[in-house]
Design a protein around this ligand. Structure first.
Ligand code: ADP
Length: 447
């Protein structure tokens, strides 16, 4: 940044210097041209009165005195009758010359002409005499280009000095501009005593402070969630492990009759299964959280995928007396199939688990307002309104004992929510206690 500011200042300084030199030279040159023209005018007036009193011979006298001035006398028809520099007989007719024409018409005229090499410029002043002839006085001066060339060495020295000075000033200035920015304490932007003089950076400091605060809150929130999650996981792991250990201890101590051993072994197996499911769910949540899943997107027939899930859940549904239905269209959608299956499995499994004897679960694949949609609707116990927002939280269960009884871990809907986000979809719930629930997985913006 310091370098950029430094370069900009130098750029502006050099441009201003060059511009100034050119403007000053231009102004000076035109001033001197004006001066020369005034001088010519005086000389012409002076020569005119001389001719009037002494005749044309008078001109020979003054051209000898000042050879930088050329005097020409042009007759009313344009023919040159006298010239201080050349033989007038060899000179062409001057009627059409700009200054002569103007003098004939208006009494006086002037013009400026560059020589062939643009090194010199001739300025002319013409004055009409009482007898109708025109007296022209000319002077040659160097062109602005030559003036510039002759002064170039001096200009270069001045420019070099000015540029060195500009560099020094620019260096100090750029460091001074950047200094307050370097002095910002990004971790504690509210500590601004050293920056009190810089009103302009106060909005930036305020914004930084606000962002730091937001970041800190977010980090605190994440840390809180992580701690809660760890505590919950430990608790959830401890319960089945305590049961397993308790059952095994009773068997080990010989308190269980031979015929009951099978029953206790079954309980140990059930608790171990719960542990396996729980650990599996925790792993899925962590993977979704970190977004490091080894899956690729593919074209999936959503109707067919839902059918496969219902097929897998056929037995548990039959055990609970719940019928399964599939409706809708074969919509092909680009998505990650294993995650979609996980979502649908959890939703349909919940639809079966939290249902009543003789109830049903219907999966419908359709096109929604913004894109593909899959609805999982059951005729189960429903979810009270106040709890509907919380069921997607980790380990949140409306009825803890019922959830445990039906083998829930409290992580299913959290996996659904994270999975949907991973797929670029959203999940919503509509439910009426005693009537049933409908969970809708909807993609936005993809028809
Ligand atoms: P669980 O493993 O306990 O089923 P979930 O995260 O899947 O955990 O669901 C959280 C809670 O939401 C469940 O404990 C249950 O109380 C409620 N719930 C989820 N799905 C349904 C449903 N289809 N009908 C009624 N309640 C449901």
């Amino acid at each position: 940044m310091t370098r950029k500011i430094f370069q900009s200042i130098i750029g502006v300084a050099v441009a201003v210097l060059l511009g100034s030199v050119l403007i000053v030279m231009g102004v000076l040159y035109s001033y001197f041209e004006e001066e020369s023209m005034d001088q010519l005018r005086n000389e012409a007036a002076y020569a005119a009165s001389g001719i009037e009193t002494m005749g044309v011979e008078y001109l020979d006298g003054i051209s000898k005195q000042d050879d930088s001035v050329r005097i020409t006398l042009v007759a009313a028809d344009g023919s040159v009758t006298y010239d201080s520099l050349m033989d007038e007989r060899s000179m062409e007719n001057h009627r059409e010359r700009e200054e002569i024409k103007a003098a004939v018409e208006k009494g006086e005229g002037s013009s400026a002409r560059y020589s062939d090499t643009i090194d010199e410029k001739t300025i002319n002043y013409a004055l009409r005499l009482p007898d109708g002839s025109v007296l022209r006085v000319s002077r040659t001066q160097v062109s602005i280009w030559v003036l510039f060339q002759s002064m170039s060495q001096m200009i270069a020295i001045i420019l070099a000095g000015a540029i060195i000075l500009s560099c020094l000033i620019a260096y100090r200035l750029s460091r001074r501009i950047v200094r307050p920015l370097n002095e910002i304490d990004f971790e504690h932007p509210e500590n601004t005593e050293n920056l009190a003089d810089y009103e302009e950076i106060r909005p930036l400091l305020n914004k930084l402070h606000l962002q730091n605060k937001m970041l800190q809150n977010e980090m605190d929130e994440r840390e809180k969630m992580r701690r809660e999650f760890t505590a919950n996981v430990s608790h959830e792991l401890k319960t089945p492990l305590t049961s397993i250990s308790g059952f095994a201890e009773i068997i080990q101590d010989g308190f269980v009759k031979q015929e009951d051993i099978k029953k206790f072994a079954g309980k140990i197996f059930d608790e171990a299964q719960r542990l396996i499911v729980l650990v599996g769910d925790v792993i899925k949540i962590s993977q979704l959280d970190e977004g490091c899943l080894p899956y690729e997107e593919e074209e999936v027939d959503l109707f067919q995928a839902a059918g496969e899930i219902l097929q897998r859940l056929h037995d548990p549904a039959q055990e609970r007396g719940v019928s399964l239905h599939l409706e809708g269209d074969h919509i092909i959608h680009q998505t990650v199939k294993p995650i979609l299956e996980e979502i649908l499995y959890n939703l349909c499994e919940n639809g079966i688990k939290y249902n009543r004897e003789g109830g049903s679960v219907t999966v419908t694949v359709r096109r929604g307002e913004d894109g593909a949609e899959i609805s999982v609707k059951d005729t189960g116990i429903g979810i009270p309104k106040p709890q509907q927002e919380r069921i997607f939280e980790r380990f949140y269960r409306v009825d803890k004992s019922h959830s445990k009884e039906v083998g829930g871990t409290g992580l299913g809907l959290s996996i659904v929510k994270h999975g949907a986000a991973y797929l670029g979809a959203g999940v919503s719930v509509h439910s009426e206690p005693g009537q049933g629930s409908e969970f809708i997985l909807a993609w936005r913006g993809k028809k």
